[in-house]
Design a binder for this molecule. Structure first.
Ligand code: UD1
Ligand code: CA
Length: 456
């Protein structure tokens, strides 16, 4: 079997993005585009992956970590010059090298695999992955000879009007015989309109030397989109979004309106879960089976069990058990842990708190820095008063306690197991197990006083 290596080009600034963030780090469906590329290459099981870094090198390396090796391109003199930087790492190896641009996040492993297979089968020294574009503007064009053989690539900026009418484009992905690649790169010149060393010129040079060069045409142009500006970024996001939605639908997730549902590429969702419109599932979120999420829920980096409902609510970096109901209009803030069969109703905010099985906070409450046991009922309008202006304090509510409506629990404080707090109480001292705490002014009735007021 032929050894396979990969080189990913990620050293450019991405001027056309007009951004402080380096182009290849712009996320598509929540994952930086270069990471999509690397993940898809890893799906091939190639031997070594070298990423060429330059602008934002540290950030790119930090993002990709040990998924890749790195070669620095200190000055960005063009894509051919970029690949040359990998020579010291892989230049003297025998095998096939696939080169992919870090700004083509939609390219699939299957397509790269087909390209490599085609390349190895034809025995070409270079094979270029091409596609037929509806609008080829901005891409390099493939110039073929009379018998349809690939002659060379011409960049948009160097193309004659006639060449610009060609719709077969260079996708920016190639396969090369590794040794031939590095030998030929030395012959690439920068005598073009951009004064850059172009990688696709390798194909033209090899052709002129009568080496066999080939093209593999992929039928799906959308997967070869190169993201150069924000307009194309949105297009890439749309294609990726639908692709991710399709994967989940094929796995048994119902998505009422795929166009209006946003799922991170890293999310996992179980069977028979229903995603309603306007829902955003972001980051490394895991959702179990038979859940109903939405409409309009945002869930980031969270874990949700089975048969749970999250209705028009926000859940951040938290864990939610099974058969639990959240919302509508609840806000579950980071580090919360809601158990099974919990109910969090409308206008409830939970922050850094745990709630045990079967506990309910049904309306208009703030539960912050609290440890709430199981089967606790927290009445409407209850506030855990966790902040004294300097420090945050813990409220503990033990199993089976009942907190009456509109209570303030001034932390640090504990309400014991099975205890009751009377509605409207301000609780400043611990409430012992199985007792009733009333912390409110006694009511006084002044009989007939209303008549007196009415006479005035
Ligand atoms: C490139 C191709 C073009 C092709 C298109 C496909 C060249 C000359 N042109 O054009 O034929 O149709 O991709 O999307 O290759 N980079 C470096 N170092 C550099 C220059 C670029 O690492 O010195 C990286 C960039 O970060 C980027 C990739 O190479 O990820 C492609 O560069 P870009 O400037 O986007 O090339 P295009 O003009 O899109
Ligand atoms: Ca590009």
């Amino acid at each position: 079997m032929t050894n396979t290596y990969a080189v990913v080009l990620a050293a450019g600034q991405g001027t056309r993005m007009k951004s402080d963030l380096y182009k290849v780090l712009h996320p598509v469906c929540g994952i930086p585009m270069v990471e999509h590329v690397i993940d898809h290459i890893r799906g091939l099981g190639t031997g070594r992956i070298v990423t060429i870094v330059g602008h934002g090198a540290e950030m790119v390396e930090e993002t990709l970590g040990d998924k890749s090796e790195y070669a620095l391109q200190a000055e960005q003199l063009g894509t051919a010059h970029a690949v040359q930087q990998a020579e010291k790492l892989i230049g003297d190896l025998d095998g096939t090298t696939i080169v992919v641009c870090g700004d083509t996040p939609l390219i699939r492993s299957e397509t790269m695999e087909a390209l490599i297979e085609h390349h190895n089968k034809t025995g070409a020294k270079a094979t270029i992955l091409t596609a037929d574009a509806d609008d080829p503007t901005g891409y390099g064009r493939i110039i073929r000879g009379e018998e349809g053989q690939v002659l060379r690539n011409v960049e948009q900026k160097d193309a004659t009007p006639e060449e610009q009418r060609v719709t077969e484009i260079n996708t920016g992905t190639y396969c090369f015989d590794n040794r031939t690649l590095f030998e030929t790169l030395k012959k690439v010149k920068n005598d073009n309109n951009q004064g850059e060393y172009y990688l696709p010129d390798v194909v033209g040079i090899l052709q002129s030397e009568n080496a066999l060069v080939s093209a593999y045409v992929t039928s799906d142009f959308s997967e070869t989109i190169g993201v150069n500006d924000r307009v194309v970024l949105a297009e890439a996001e749309r294609v990726m979004r639908l692709r991710i939605a399709e994967k989940h639908m094929r796995n048994g997730v119902t998505i009422i309106s795929p166009e209006n549902t946003y799922i991170s590429a890293a999310a996992e969702i179980g069977r028979d879960t229903v995603l309603q419109p306007g829902t955003m599932i972001e980051g490394h979120t895991v959702i179990g089976d038979k859940c109903i999420i939405g409409p309009n829920s945002q869930i980031i980096d969270s874990e949700i069990g089975d048969a749970t409902t999250v209705h028009s609510s926000v859940v951040l970096s938290s864990r939610i058990g099974s058969s639990t109901a959240v919302g509508p209009f609840a806000h579950i803030r980071p580090d919360s842990d809601l158990g099974d069969s919990v109910k969090i109703g409308n206008f409830v905010e939970v922050k850094k708190s745990t709630l045990g099985e079967g506990s309910k906070v049904s309306h208009l409450s703030y539960i912050g820095d609290a440890k709430v046991g199981s089967h606790v009922n927290v009445g409407c309008g209850t506030i855990t008063v966790n902040y004294d202006g300097t420090n945050k304090h813990i409220t503990t509510i033990e199993d089976d306690a009942f907190i009456g409506c509109n209570s303030n629990l001034i932390a640090p404080v504990t309400v014991g197991k099975g205890a009751y707090v009377a509605a409207g109480s301000t609780i400043t001292q611990n409430v012992p197990e199985s007792s009733l705490a009333i912390g409110r002014a006694r009511q006084e009735n002044k009989e007939g006083y209303a008549n007196k007021l009415n006479q005035k």
